[in-house]
Write a protein that binds this ligand. Structure first.
Ligand code: PLP
Length: 403
């Protein structure tokens, strides 16, 4: 099928929940994708921070092929070899002792929130309040939606799940004021992704842990977007010298295959026993085989080094543009999640469309922050190529807006 035919079918038969660009991507390799008409694109979106190893990484493809020939699905009524192996890899390389597997970021957050409430309920403590951040994004299921501190996602779905309170991100005094004896957990993205690539101060997450400790509450890090190498360390919390009590992962964990994971310590995870929580597909052989291959590749094949190196180069080049154009307000991020904030009168969404027409996929959050989330294998040459397309379009938008 060509683009037009696929678009026709989607428009007629698929729920209209996405504002889609008028192409259909049918093939990918590394940092490149091709649409159904055969056109090539340089991809700085990576399936929205999912394809951390690039598209169809050979290690992941091989693991999926081999697993698919052996066993695709089996119930969690039985022990699953690849699930246990991926859990060991994750716990060997993180603060956590145990992992609950599911299939998406929202589900991982649901599990985290349920665990926090169950942990205190088992202890006979009346703690149910969850504190999250303004401008946060935690997913679209009801608990994740209640946790998401942005009205635009919640509108029309009320009444929301109760006892969620929102405080400004990176404002420790507000967090201190919000916690009380009913607080079960504070949930935060170490770097806010959908909210505009918002990076906290060096000390904020450490201070948040102290606040939680003092209040007797748990700290949950939602690393669905920034975990699994995206910030240049395996987990984003490593950058800040503080470990959470519970962490959620999804996007980059299985090289593009749907997966979610919720990790915690032995003590906290012991609140989950047979019957308290479950997922039919969670930790299935195919997804966890892909996860093992993806994680081993990230850990063993220099991917984190490349992420830091290419991330530093991209940041430096973007700061060069900021020095040149007054309409670029700020460049911020870590590793290879980088945001470039534009002045109000520059429409980020229009720039994204123009990039697409020139063979470049980039993304914009909140219509004024261009978000760069390429595969962690991206090279400096590809960064140059991307900027070769982007800079003239930015200059043109700036000239038109007369900023
Ligand atoms: N949490 C964060 C930080 C995210 O960025 C996202 C998705 O963008 C989610 C949760 C939800 O993940 P999913 O779409 O897999 O449910």
């Amino acid at each position: 099928m060509l683009n037009a035919e696929i678009i026709g079918l989607t428009s007629k038969h698929v729920a209209n929940t996405y504002g889609r660009f008028p192409i259909s991507i049918v093939r990918g390799k590394g940092t490149r994708v091709w649409d159904a008409d055969g056109r090539e694109y340089l991809d700085f979106v990576s399936g929205l921070a999912v394809c951390n190893l690039g598209h169809c990484h050979p290690n992941v493809v091989k693991a999926i092929q081999q697993q698919a020939e052996k066993l695709i699905h089996v119930s969690n009524l039985y022990h699953i070899e690849t699930q246990s192996e991926l859990a060991k890899l994750l716990t060997d390389n993180s603060f956590a002792d145990r992992v609950f597997f599911c299939n998406s970021g929202a589900e991982a957050n649901e599990a985290a929130l349920k665990l926090a409430r169950k942990y205190f309920s088992n202890k006979g403590e009346s703690r149910y309040q969850i504190i999250t951040m303004e401008q946060s994004f935690h997913g679209r299921t009801f608990a994740a939606l209640a946790a998401t501190g942005q009205k635009k996602y919640q509108a029309g779905f009320e009444p929301l799940l109760e006892k969620f309170v929102y405080v400004p991100f990176n404002d420790i005094e507000s967090a201190k004021r919000a916690v009380n004896s009913t607080t079960a957990a504070v949930m935060v993205e170490p770097i806010q992704g959908e909210g505009g690539v918002n990076v906290p101060s060096e000390s904020y997450l450490r201070e948040l842990k102290e606040v939680c400790k003092k209040a007797g509450a748990l700290l949950i890090f939602d690393e669905v977007q920034v975990g699994v190498g995206r910030t240049g360390t395996l987990f984003a919390y490593e950058n800040y010298g503080v470990a959470p009590d519970i962490m959620t992962l999804a996007k980059g964990l299985a090289g593009g295959v749907a997966i979610g994971a919720m990790l915690s310590t032995e003590e906290i995870m012991s609140a989950f026993v047979p019957g308290t929580h479950a997922s039919t597909f969670g930790g299935n052989p195919l997804a966890t085989a892909a996860g093992i291959a993806a994680l081993k590749t990230i850990i063993n094949e220099g991917i984190l080094d490349n992420c830091r190196k290419s991330g530093a180069y991209l940041t430096e080049r973007l700061n060069g543009l900021k020095a040149k154009y007054a309409f670029i307000k700020e460049v911020r991020g870590k590793g290879l999640i980088i945001g470039m904030e534009l002045a109000e009168d520059i429409k980020g969404g229009d720039i994204v469309k123009e990039c697409l027409a020139k063979g470049l996929l980039i993304n914009c959050v909140g219509d004024k922050v261009l978000r760069f989330i390429p595969a962690l294998v991206v090279t400096e040459k590809e960064v140059d190529e991307m900027l070769g397309i982007l800079e003239p379009l930015l200059a043109q938008a700036g000239a038109q807006a007369k900023v």
